[in-house]
Ligand binder design. Sequence first.
Ligand code: T6T
Length: 330
Amino acid sequence: MSRKLLLVVVSLVLVFGLLPVVSTGAQNDLPKIGFLPGVVDPFYQVMQLGVEASAAALGVEVVTQIPPTWGVEVQTPILDAMIARGDLDYLIIAPTDKDQMIGPLETALAAGIKVITVDTFLGDGDYVNGPVTFPISYIGSDNVEGGRISARGLAEAIGGEGKVYINSTNPNVSSVEGRAIGFNEVMANEYPDIEVIGLDFNLDSMDTATQQTAAVLQREPDLAGVFGTNVFSAQGAGTAVVNAGLGGEVQVVAYDATQFAIEMLRAGTVSLVLAQKPFDMGYLAVQFAVADAAGVTSLPKRVQTGFAIITIDNVDDPEIARFIYQVPGS
Ligand code: T6T
C-alpha cells in the first residue's frame, strides 16, 4: 500500500470508524426476478408498488409483465416468454388457476427459475404436505377467513335474515374460491335465517358482474345482500344495486379496497370493504427471493398477510385508510 493510500485508510478509520470493505462480488450474486401477477387491476398495481419498493431497497432487478386479462391462456404464453429470456432466477407469480398453472410452472422450475406464489396458490396451498410442494412459499391472504369476515359483515348489515347472492370471477382460482367457501360456511353454520341463493362467475368483467347482479335483483325482488368477491365483482354488484335504485336497501360487501369501493361505502351502498395487503405481498416476496438466493433455508412456506376491515366508522382513521389501494393516477 502506498503511503498516500495508507493515509486515506487511516483517516477513514479514525474519522468514520470504517475499514474499507473487501468486495465479495455480492452485487453480482443478487438474483434477477420476474413478476407475473394475474391481471391489470388496482390490487396488483399496489402489489407492483410493493415489489418495486422492495427491489429498490435491495438493489435487485425485477422484470414485470402484467396480463391484460385473466386466464391460463393469457398467463401461460407470458410465462413461457419469461422463461425463454433465460436470465431470470426467481418468479413471483399469482397463478390464475390452481391446477392448470402447475405444469407451466414446473417448466419454469426445470429451467432453473424458483417460484414464489403471491395472492393465489397452486394445489391446495399447503406447500409442505399438499400435492404441490415446489414453490418456495405462498404469500397472501387467508381467503377462507376473508370470506368468513365478509359473511359476518353482510349478515349484520341485513339484520341476520334474508336472501344473499355471491358474485365472483372464475372457478378454480384459489383466492376467490376460498372466499366463497368461507362465506358459505359461516352462512350455513351461524345464520339459519339467511339463504345463499347462488353464485355467478363474471370472468373478471365488471360489466358482466353488473348485468348478472341486475338479473338477480329482477328475479329476486326481496334480495337482501350481495357479496362481491373481488374488485370487478364488488364494483359491478354495487353498480347494479345503485342502477336499480336500491342503494342502502340491498347491502353489498366488497372484497378489495379500491377507491370505487370506498366511494360506494361512503354513499351507503356498501356496508363493509375488506382490504387485503397487496403491497406487503409484493414486498415480502422480493425479500424471500433474495433471502433464498443468499442461502436462507428457514423461509416459511406460507405467510398470511392479514386484512383491514373498513366500515363507515373507521374509513377516515389513518391507520385503516392507509390500506385503501392507492395507485398512481387514481
Ligand atoms: O381480489 C384480487 C385478488 O386477490 C384475486 O386473486 C383476483 O382479483 C383481484 O386481483 C381483484 O381484482
